[in-house]
Design a binder for this molecule. Structure first.
Ligand SMILES: [Mn+2]
Length: 436
């Protein structure tokens, strides 16, 4: 016998994917409640022994009615298949989840670690015995690592899984900072975590720490595949496999427009680039996907960067149907194209502003060449302005939470930044000069 578990987190019942299903008719497909039902059906189809949920299952108390009815519909499906739900609450549902658990008690629903104290509980499941250690958010914010109070758990070969909501890999956070070392030295073989919406599966010598991530991708920041994780105990070790269930996938895609200078050509090039990208996905693995929402970056050289920006603007918000029942939606187009190199060299001999900019670009591009005094002063100015901004109080939380962001910018990064701005400025300047 082997244990088979389905794990999910951050469902946020009550919310839906931003910018998806805008054409109306199928808008319900992009609600978190829809994907929650897909999850419950999957648990039945794959004959899971239990469903594990690591917090932020419901969004807020204000969404109680939608969350409650969607939740109960899913529970009914699971109950018919005798699949218990083992869960903890997160910072969003610390108030609503205990209420839902009260409403549906005796229905195979178990809320562990209510009020911020650890619960360890044994379950007799079809695939064997399972022990779960769980801790629930008692409040919207928690500043300490819950592992500081992890209980003693008997060491008797019953597989142990930890369920927890919090912020992995940081020591300072308002949402339960979780240290990797503490998680690894505590008993559980697998930690199923909630809170971070980006999926993660970290495997160690004989342990796994994972975030299933948000079940349904909810915002353009949540790029890539989203869904749940399938856990199967094989010879004492849990194998973890992601299962894509989100109906939406947000992607960042790069398009080379070449010399294109009209809207129609730009659209067809963009759509076919996205279609080529989608072709790497098998229909089977992405059976639930209905929409791909893409942020496009245009790159390369272009003879008329300003005109390209103008037609790129018109593409934003466009949607197109593809061959395989997937709708593409273009959310944003960033034009990162630059003036052709040959043009920059020609302009560099001029004595006007454009000439100054072109010479600056050539200097910054050529790393071996010595920078002249003006360029050096420009770089120093840029660095001191950046440092000034970095040290502003509004960014202090960022500096503490992500020290890598506060690090000193390297000379090369600074050079690239200035180069990027100079190219854009030159493109604009040339446009004004020709007067059209
Ligand atoms: Mn959370």
């Amino acid at each position: 016998m082997s244990l088979k578990l389905l794990a999910a987190a951050d469902i946020h019942l009550g919310r839906s994917s931003s910018g998806a299903g805008l054409d109306g008719e199928d808008a319900f497909l992009y609600r978190a409640s829809h994907t929650w039902i897909t999850l419950c059906k999957l648990a039945c189809r794959k004959e899971a022994d239990a469903l594990l949920l690591a917090g932020d299952i419901a969004d807020e108390l204000s969404a109680y009615f939608e969350a409650s009815s969607a939740f109960s519909n899913g529970l009914r499906i699971l109950k018919d298949a005798s699949i218990p739900v083992i869960m903890v609450s997160g910072n969003h549902d610390y108030a609503i989840l205990p209420r839902l658990a009260d409403d549906y008690q005796n229905d195979g629903l178990y809320l562990l670690g209510n009020n911020g104290s650890w619960d360890v509980r044994d379950f007799k499941l079809g695939g064997g015995q399972l022990r779960c250690a769980g801790w629930s958010f008692p409040d919207a914010r928690v500043y300490t690592d819950p592992l500081e109070h992890f209980p003693d758990v008997p060491n008797d070969n019953v597989p142990l899984i930890g369920l927890l909501h919090g912020d992995f890999g940081t020591t300072r956070s308002s949402y339960a900072p979780l240290s990797e070392a503490k998680l690894l030295s505590a008993g559980p073989q697998v930690w199923v975590l909630g809170h971070i919406h980006k999926p993660m599966i970290n495997t160690y010598a004989n342990k796994t720490i994972l975030y299933p991530g948000s079940l349904q991708a909810l915002s353009p920041k949540e790029t890539g595949a989203h869904g749940a994780v399938w856990l199967e105990n094989k010879e004492g070790f849990f194998e973890a496999k992601p299962v894509e269930l989100s109906t939406v996938r947000y992607e960042k895609i790069t398009v080379s427009p070449g010399n294109i200078s009209n809207e129609l050509d730009l659209k067809s090039t963009t759509v076919s680039t996205i279609e080529n990208y989608l072709r790497q996905w098998s229909e089977e693995e992405h059976a639930e996907l209905r929409e791909c929402i893409a942020d496009i970056s245009l790159t390369g050289e272009h003879p008329d960067v300003e005109e390209l920006s103008r037609i790129a603007q018109k593409l934003q918000g466009d949607a197109a149907e593809t061959g395989f029942r997937l709708r593409i939606r273009i959310r944003k187009v960033h034009n990162l194209c630059t003036v052709p190199q040959s043009a920059v060299e020609d302009i560099a001999v001029q004595k006007d502003m454009a000439g100054v900019l072109a010479r600056l670009i050539l200097q910054l591009e050529n790393k071996d060449e010595l920078l002249d005094d003006d360029t050096l002063r420009l770089l120093e100015n840029l660095e001191s302005r950046r440092q000034f901004l970095r040290n502003q109080n509004v960014y202090s939380a960022l500096r503490q939470d992500s020290p890598e962001l506060a690090e000193f910018t390297t000379d090369d990064q600074l050079r690239q930044l200035l180069l990027h701005e100079a190219r854009i400025l030159l493109s604009g300047l040339l446009k004004t000069k020709t007067g059209n």
